[in-house]
Each structure stands twice: as C-alpha cells, then as structure tokens.
Design a binder for this molecule. Structure first.
Ligand code: UDX
Length: 444
C-alpha cells in the first residue's frame, strides 16, 4: 500500500519505518526541514535500538521517503496517518492544535478518498473533530470526497519500539466504516502471521479510550506498588519479597509491579492527566486516577528525601554521583524523568552532582538540567565517583547492574549507595560494606 505518515516523532518515525519494512511504500512528512534533510541521510533524531539501520535500509530500498510537502504525496496515498505530538495543555488536557492543523491541511490537498488515521494519542471524540476539520476545508473548496477517519492508537514502548511494532501484542482499529476496517486489517495482517485474534476492531470512540485506559492501568499498577513500598518500609517488610509473593498469582502477574522512583516518560504522566481531565469535562471526578498521579509526584522525590534524611537538609560541600538520567533504560528520553526532580532537590540544597548516563547526557545538558550550575557530566560511571559522598542509581541501565563493587567502594568518600530501582541485593551490599538504601525496605 502507499502510506503517508505525518509527524516524524517517536510514533510516526517508528510506524512509518516498520510499515516500509513490511513492504509498503511510505512517505514520512514533517514541517521541520532540518529533520527531514537529516533523515534522508539516515541521521535519526532519537535513540531507539535498531531504528537507524532500519531507516537506512528502507531509504536505500526506496520503500521509505521523507518530505516536507504533504500535498505531493497525499494524491498517491491510500492511508494517511496523523502522528504529530499532542502535548499537555495548561489545564492538563491534550492539546490538539497540531492534529487539527494537519487535518485541515489534509482537507486542503485531498484529491481522492483517503483513509485518515489518528495514530497520536488523542482524547475520545478527536476523530469527530478531525473529520470536521477535513470536511470544512473540502466544503471551502466545494468538492465532495468520501473519506474516513479511523483511530489506530499506538502501544509501542520506547527502547523496544521496533520489536513492539513488528510483533505487536495487539493492534486496535477503531472504525465506523466496514470498508475502512477491512483496508486497515489488510495493512496489519502481515504483522500477525499465526493468528489474527489480536487484531482487534471496534468503534472509533472505544479505540480512542483504549489507549488511555491501557496507560492509566499500567500507571496505576506502578503507583499502587510504590505506595505499598512506602508502607513496607514503615512496617519493616521487604517489598522485593512482597512483589514476588503477589506476582505469582496469575491474576496479578509479575509485570509492572516494580517499585521505583516513579514513572516518567512521554506517555504515562500526560495520559493519566488527560484521562482525568476528560472525566472532569464530563462531570465525573476520577479519584483513583488522581491518586495515581499524586502518588507518582510524591514518589519522584523519595530518593531525594532519603538522601536528606541521611546527610541533612544542608548539602553544601557534598557531592553525589548520579548513575542514570533517562526516564528508563535504552532511551535518551528524559521527559518527566525522576532524575530531573531528584537532582533539582539536591542542587537546591547546595549539593554538587556528578552525572553519567549512557545516552541521555546531551538531553540533560541542553534541555532538562541546563539551568543548574552545579551539575557535571562524565564519560563513565566510575569517573562520577571521584570525591563523591554517595552513589545514587536512578535508571536501571544494564551496565549498572553488576558494577565493580570494590571500585565503587574505594572511589566513594564513604560507601553509601541510594538505589532508586532496587537493582542490588541488600544483604550482599551490607556484606560488601555498603550503607545501602533502596525503595520499600527499611535500612536499620
Ligand atoms: C508506555 C507504554 O508501556 C506504552 O504501551 C505506550 O505506548 C507508551 O507509554 P513507555 O513510556 O515507553 O511506554 O515506557 P514503559 O516501559 O511503559 O515505562 C514507563 C515508566 O514506568 C518508566 O518510567 C518506568 O521506569 C516505569 N515503571 C515501569 C516502573 O516504575 N515500574 C514498573 O514495574 C514498570
């Protein structure tokens, strides 16, 4: 099929590239000229394992194209995906201005019936707004074209996006038109070689809702577990054991019950807020969803609080080695990362930060921590330890899982470790001579 993907952010670039890999002809559109010039040369704006090689291969095979001009490509295309950003508006709702701008642009240059697909995460009712924006432009042009708007939310995880897209758990297609549904099924069929059961079709509004509910449910599991971790500390229980104890119940399961310093990223914080807002707009007070958010806001500061309890409110003259800045491993993304909150709290009290992250240091330096004077970046995890009073682990990158503990101990001024992702065994850490603080287990 001939596809157009509008917006070359995470979702758009991964989706477009994977569709091309599956044999479709894809043009990815973006208004950012520099980004498009770079992409044509195989320069990828984000770090995502496997993506660069796949983009290069498909550009070479001429199955993947990049352009800033939508009109040139829309006339040849069967399906147009809207994958532009839906940032959080000031009131917590998803800001649809980019989505609607693209819809209007589609309406201005559509010449034949195209299936328009909302791929961005958008609140319930957006497909109707997109439809209206396109129709308004067609009316202005006094042309009549029978187009359809379909919802096809994306569930990929950063860091494993290619795998998620090529071998999806499920694909959700929300469409109120049978012909459009069939075309979408045909597009996705090659991704389901053994069974099509996981290609789920439903009406547009339910599909729009499904994306928010999936993310809110996962965020709820995490906040629930973080709350339990905090209670465990108070009653002298070990959340690591409790986690295993409950996960073995297949109704609960092991996934997404790891306590930590809170969830971050581009999706959970934004989508939880937007779902709460949608409920409010319909006169419903979503108390549980609000609590999920409140617990997470508090959790992002848990490690800073432990550091302050140990070293005191005044951290002048203290240096902390931070291992991990990204909101999770295998990404350079720092959006809503607990590291931002932790580092700000410590710097505010006079601490110096020696930071290292395998991928996110540029993001940190140029955007997320750019206003902080007392943060220094190092090329390796061990270099951060020089003259540091404690090591603080905030992202569970593989290279942090089994460091040289002797080096860690000798390099630090004092052998103190704060672990925001419970990566180490506390008994072993104590045996090795560390004062070891983790989430959900008291340190006596
Ligand atoms: C998430 C959804 O998983 C994905 O389906 C959706 O499309 C976008 O949002 P992503 O934001 O890439 O994907 O990250 P994910 O791997 O889900 O992790 C989200 C956050 O939860 C991270 O900050 C992670 O550290 C945290 N987390 C995850 C926990 O704290 N505990 C867990 O047990 C699991």
């Amino acid at each position: 099929m001939n596809l157009t993907v509008i917006g070359t952010g995470y979702v758009g670039l991964v989706s477009g590239t994977c569709f091309a890999e599956m044999g479709n002809t894809v043009t990815c559109i973006d208004i950012d000229e520099k980004k498009i010039t770079d992409l044509k040369e195989g320069i990828i704006p984000i770090y995502e394992p496997g993506l660069e090689a796949m983009v290069k291969r498909n550009v070479q095979n001429k199955t993947l194209h990049f352009s800033t001009k939508l009109s040139n490509h829309l006339e040849k295309c069967d399906i147009a995906f809207i994958a532009v950003g839906t940032p959080m508006g000031e009131d917590g709702s998803a800001d649809l201005k980019y989505v609607i701008q693209v819809a209007s642009e589609i309406g201005r240059c559509m010449t034949h019936p195209v299936i328009v697909v909302d791929k961005s995460t958008v609140p319930v009712g957006t497909a109707d707004k997109v439809k209206k924006a396109i129709q308004d432009e067609l009316d202005k042009r006094k042309v009549s074209i029978a187009f359809e708007v379909v919802s096809n939310p994306e569930f990929l995880k950063e860091g494993d996006a290619i795998n998620d897209f090529m071998k999806p758990d499920r694909v959700v297609i929300g469409s109120n038109n049978e012909e459009a549904t069939e075309k979408m099924r045909a597009l996705y069929a090659p991704f389901f070689r053994s069974s099509m059961d996981r290609l789920i079709t439903m009406d547009v509004r339910s599909a729009e809702m499904t994306k928010y509910v999936a993310n809110a449910m996962l965020a709820t599991k995490i906040s629930f577990m973080n709350e339990i971790a905090n209670i465990c500390e108070l009653v002298d229980a070990d959340v690591n054991k409790v986690r295993i104890g409950i996960g073995s119940d297949s109704r609960i399961g092991y996934s997404f019950i790891y306590p930590g310093s809170g969830y971050g990223g581009s999706c959970f914080p934004k989508d939880v807020k937007a779902l709460k807002k949608t409920a409010e707009e319909h006169g419903y007070k979503a108390e549980l969803i609000k609590s999920v958010e409140d617990v997470n806001d508090r959790q992002k500061l848990v490690i800073a609080k432990k550091v302050i309890d140990r070293f005191g409110e005044d951290l002048k003259g203290k240096t902390f080695a931070i291992w991990g800045l990204a909101f999770k491993p295998e990404t350079d993304d720092m959006r809503e990362a607990p590291a931002i909150y932790t580092i700000n709290e410590l710097v505010k009290r006079g601490a110096r930060i020696n930071a290292y992250d395998p991928k996110a240091m540029e993001e940190a330096q140029h955007f997320y921590l750019k206003d902080l004077d007392n943060v220094f970046y190092f090329r390796s995890k061990y270099e951060t330890l020089n003259n540091a009073d404690a090591m603080i682990l905030l992202t569970e990158w593989k290279e942090f899982r089994s460091p040289d503990f002797d080096e860690l101990k000798t390099q630090l001024n004092q052998p103190v470790v704060f672990d925001g992702r419970n990566q180490y065994n506390d008994q072993l850490m104590t045996k090795r001579g560390f004062e070891y603080f983790q989430i959900g287990k008291s340190t006596k």
